[in-house]
Design a protein around this ligand. Structure first.
Ligand SMILES: [Zn+2]
Length: 151
């Protein structure tokens, strides 16, 4: 089995493949045995799609290859940044077992920062969560992008 650090490192590699116009967030989905199912980078600008966050793209691709339709039971999603409300909802909808993420996102984070969508006790499926894995490295990737965007 891969360590959580190795999972987030794979997500960092996915982020590095983002279109240069897109905020470099990467996500990777692994099945219960630790096999990689799919990876994606945020592609909102590249696709002109407001829902093309790394997590959503990776979940869609993972469902295509997972073999159990839309249910990603037993899967782990690793992402470089704390998911937003849309992506947190998508994780619950996909029945993802575990979420591991890197940097915290105090402005839009929905897995502990602003909201805690995936661990709401009213939901009957609640993924396990570990945040802050390789946090410094993940945050540095984003800082470098935003610094490069300034005139
Ligand atoms: Zn999102």
């Amino acid at each position: 089995m891969l360590s959580d650090e190795e999972l987030v490192r794979a997500a960092l590699a996915a982020a590095a493949a983002a279109d240069p116009r897109d905020v470099p967030v990467g996500a990777v989905v692994f099945d219960a045995s630790g096999r990689e199912l799919a990876r994606a980078a945020n592609a909102r600008e590249a696709l002109g799609d407001p829902t093309a966050h790394a997590e959503v793209l990776a979940l869609r691709r993972a469902a295509e290859v997972h073999g159990d339709g839309w249910r990603l039971a037993g899967a782990t999603l690793a992402v470089t940044l704390e998911p937003c409300t849309m992506c947190a909802g998508a994780l619950v909808a996909a029945r993802v077992e575990r979420l591991v993420f890197g940097a915290w996102e105090p402005k839009t984070g929905a897995v502990g920062s602003l909201w805690d969508v995936v661990r709401d006790r009213r939901l009957n499926h609640r993924p396990q969560v570990r945040g802050g894995v390789l946090e410094t490295e993940c945050a540095a990737t984003l800082d470098a992008f935003f610094r490069s965007q300034r005139p």
